[in-house]
Structure formats: C-alpha cells, structure tokens
Design a protein. Structure first.
Length: 191
C-alpha cells in the first residue's frame, strides 16, 4: 500500500519521518472510469498520485472536440500546476480513463509541509525541473518527430496508455486523427 507515494517522494533529503508525515497527509480516493476530477473553469484544490489506473487531462477544442493534453499513469502526479499554485481557473479538465485508486494531497496541507520540510522543497524543485524538461521534450517531439515515431515512443515509455486508453484519446494526444493512428498501428503490426 502507498507504493506510489514512496516512489514519488523518494529523495535523499527526506528522512523516514518526513516520508511518513508526507504519506499520512494523502487521502486515498477511488474514482470510477469517466469521473471528472477537475472541470475547466474550476480552481484546483489538490493534486493526486496515481496508485492504480489511468487519468488524462484534456481541453475542449475550437470545434468542440476533446483534445488530450496529458496522460497520468501509475506512480505519477496528476496536477494542473497553474491552477493549483497560481489559484487561477483551469483551462483543462481532468478525467479518470479507467477505475482508479489515487492519493489526494490538499493544497493547504502541501503548502504547510512544503514550507516546513526542507527536503520537500528540494524534492519539489527537482520534480518541477523534470516536468519542465519533459514538457519541452514533448513540444520538440511534436515538431521534429513523425507521428509514427511519437507513437512508438509512447508505446515504449508508457505502454499502459496504449493498453488502456481509447484510440481517440491517444490520437489527440499525439496530434493526429483516429484514422492516421489506425494506419500507423496497422503499419507497425505488419513489420
């Protein structure tokens, strides 16, 4: 139990006592497939750690279609940072793709621990640095890699998305149509 929390908060400056305190600040929640955790226009009041399941963030496109902006798999933090930390309405929605077990950390409790525990501050800096790097890499991949290469990368790095997410969600996250994704999958399967 709470393996994901131990994985997420692993940092050399966090003592066992710090880790226990951080883990105890999370509340386990079960979310049903399709349930919305955050609706566009709401201000995020918490973030979540995925213990089991798959979650996605999405926006409503200009023509009303949903465009998946990010997937969150086991041992990842489900967060819309601008809404949570800047206290502004979210432009994204957050939804469970499968039935999920999550650990919720309320913003106020996080802030209290963040200001009190030096190790958590250092962990936070490292985590945010990694997030900036991955977002930049994803942006570069969208303009420098083919759709096939992006799909293969997703298969390698996060196979649970390929196994659990509907094709339309995967396609929009890759910036392609369902038809293009079907063609890519067919080409890959024949190789």
């Amino acid at each position: 139990m709470k393996n994901s929390l131990q994985h997420i908060y692993s940092h050399f400056l966090l003592s066992e006592e710090n880790l226990r305190e951080i883990m105890d600040a999370h509340h386990e929640v079960s979310i049903a497939k399709g349930e919305i955790l955050l609706i566009e226009g709401q201000i995020a009041e918490a973030y979540y750690v995925v213990e089991k399941g798959l979650v996605r963030a999405f926006v409503n496109g200009l023509e009303g279609s949903e465009i998946t902006t990010e997937f969150f798999v086991e041992n990842e933090i489900v967060i819309i940072p601008s809404s949570l930390f800047q206290k502004i309405p979210s432009v994204e929605n957050v939804q469970a793709v499968t039935d999920c077990t999550l650990f919720r950390m309320d913003y106020e409790k996080f802030q209290e621990l963040f200001h009190r525990l030096e190790g958590l501050r250092e962990w936070g800096r490292a985590w945010f640095s990694y997030q900036v790097f991955t977002m930049k890499q994803r942006s570069l991949d969208m303009i420098t890699e083919t759709a096939s290469a992006r799909y293969l990368k997703l298969m390698k790095e996060k196979p649970q998305i390929i196994q659990q997410a509907p094709l339309k969600h995967i396609a929009t996250s890759l910036g392609i149509t369902d038809t293009s994704l079907s063609r890519i999958r067919k080409e890959i399967s024949t190789k």
